[in-house]
Design a protein. Structure first.
Length: 192
């Protein structure tokens, strides 16, 4: 009797294969760049049959998008309890995620319009990025502060970070991320 997707236990073979494949993709993209990675190379590095990758993801673009979707799920900084500090921490973390090896390649794959007709990568990416900043704003509201709207944070902090990383604009570093937050909040920029 075959178990359907809803009854498979977490942590089974499927989870292990996915973890091995994701790890192989991240390593290969870091070593070679996304444009030099192939599904057979990923399969070899992960120790699985290439047919597994073709059956589960179909294309390299879909696999890269899946890795992108699950890459940023861990490692978010904890809340510090101060709006400026929390916004800075999230901005710096977002920049670090984009800037690490393969960051832009994974982002581009995730938002590519032809990855998967069942998945709207742009909306999913926006949802995930929004969820990084939503707790910061909710925490500030719970403390009695009057935080800005999420859309303002996305427009004034997140969008410039993505733009500058995508176009490799020099000077896009942690100090820049912190300065975006200070400017947004109308406060003096942080001391260097």
């Amino acid at each position: 009797m075959n178990a359907d997707v809803s009854t498979r236990r977490p942590g089974g073979r499927s989870t292990r294969v996915r973890a091995a494949v994701h790890s192989a993709v991240v390593a290969l993209v870091g070593e070679r760049g996304a444009d030099q990675v192939t599904l057979p190379a990923v399969a070899q590095r992960a120790g699985v049959n290439p047919s597994t990758l073709y059956r589960r993801w179909g294309t390299l673009a879909a696999l890269l998008a899946d890795v992108a979707e699950h890459r940023g799920e861990a490692g978010a900084p904890p809340l510090a309890g101060d709006l400026r500090a929390d916004l800075e921490n999230q901005a710096v973390w977002t920049l670090a995620e984009l800037s690490r090896p393969g960051g832009i390649a994974f982002f581009r794959a995730e938002v590519a319009p032809d990855v998967d007709e069942r998945h709207d990568g742009l909306r999913e990416c926006l949802r995930r990025v929004s969820e990084r900043f939503r707790p910061v704003l909710e925490s500030a509201r719970e403390r009695g502060d009057a935080p800005p709207a999420l859309e303002q944070v996305l427009d004034r902090i997140v969008a410039p970070l993505y733009f500058r990383v995508v176009f490799s604009i020099p000077g896009t570093d942690e100090a820049y991320a912190r300065a975006l937050v200070a400017d947004f909040l109308g406060e003096p920029p942080p001391e260097p």
